[in-house]
Design a binder for this molecule. Sequence first.
Ligand SMILES: NC(=O)c1ccc[n+]([C@@H]2O[C@H](COP(=O)([O-])OP(=O)(O)OC[C@H]3O[C@@H](n4cnc5c(N)ncnc54)[C@H](O)[C@@H]3O)[C@@H](O)[C@H]2O)c1
Length: 363
Amino acid sequence: MKANILVQSSANTYSVSIGHSVLETEIKAFFDDSSVRECFILIDENVGKHHGKRLKKIFDNAKIDFTSFVIPEGEKSKSIEQWSRTLDFLLQNGVRRNTPLISIGGGITGDLAGFVAASVLRGIPLIQVPTTVLAMVDSSVGGKTGINHQTGKNLIGAFYQPQKVIADIEFLESLPRKEWINGLSEILKYGAISDSTIIERSSIFFEEDIHSIEKDSLIRLIEDCVSVKADIVKKDEFEGGVRAYLNFGHTFAHALEKATNFDEISHGEAVFLGMLAAINLSKSLGYTIDDAPLKKFRPLYNFNINAEALDTDTLIQYMKSDKKMIDSDIRFILLDGWQHPVVKTVNEQELISKAWLYLIHEL
Ligand SMILES: NC(=O)c1ccc[n+]([C@@H]2O[C@H](COP(=O)([O-])OP(=O)(O)OC[C@H]3O[C@@H](n4cnc5c(N)ncnc54)[C@H](O)[C@@H]3O)[C@@H](O)[C@H]2O)c1
């Protein structure tokens, strides 16, 4: 089966195609509608190792000339240095305003590629080919692109929409289990803020061999997550209102990632813990919400953090320096019941500390 979702933005309307082994058909269709037969590819190093031969065949069959550049794995690639090296590569190889840039990788490659596409020659066409669960359900859709700065994550970037997203679940066959679980957190997030069936259907992640998850169930789940995101982006592309709901769990998560130097915990793992902490805070503030539906997934996660090194005052300080803060009060996305997100500014430091202690206890 194949799914297709349209994302409407102020810049364009583009489709997200989701399926198994759909890349070749989708690439052919994109270039058949275009006047160019060449492109640049930015590819995650591990994706290149596992899928390089298959990808070469796909582009050769489609008669598309490509020049590729490997992006090293890891958050360090979302850096000014890597952005600059990638611009050098494109400019030295004769990039033109109409040459598409194709990102093939997870959220790291996609966020970097998006910002490169937005900035080189003031913008070239971008195609996102997400290869992780997280990138398929979240980072490849919606136009947030960017890199990190030494003072914090995603501090440099642009809203820049792709022209096409192709989520081919064949890529997931080589994705390590840990990365599947990393992506599960963002899936659960959509369930928490918008669609209860998403949480129930995420039970497929309990499959003993995660790579044998039934394909159609997975495609449907990705489709429904992308639909939630597309709907939110349509209403609030530049995050003045409801798009903030997508940050459920993220205020805690970003501070935790920063406190662990972005290398002890993945983004998705931090988001899972962040959602539990946000529910704890919701309860402390009097909202009625039971964390059991989310807690059920706790056994799937393996955290490897030195909990003793975490200090709640420092974590709260990191929350205050998050770029989403408008003033020194901390704004949270909380739940007033499942699928009822609320934006709330919280001044009660002791309740925030309590939520952090709860999170640390979960490690
Ligand atoms: N732009 C957005 O809206 C948005 C939303 C959520 C997260 N993000 C960002 O996404 C990033 C995390 O993305 P991610 O979780 O996809 O991480 P990632 O890009 O680092 O990929 C995770 C790991 O999997 C490997 N990999 C990727 N695809 C593979 C495949 N098919 N087979 C084998 N190995 C593969 C990578 O080399 C890497 O080691 C963070 O920087 C986060 O801030 C952005």
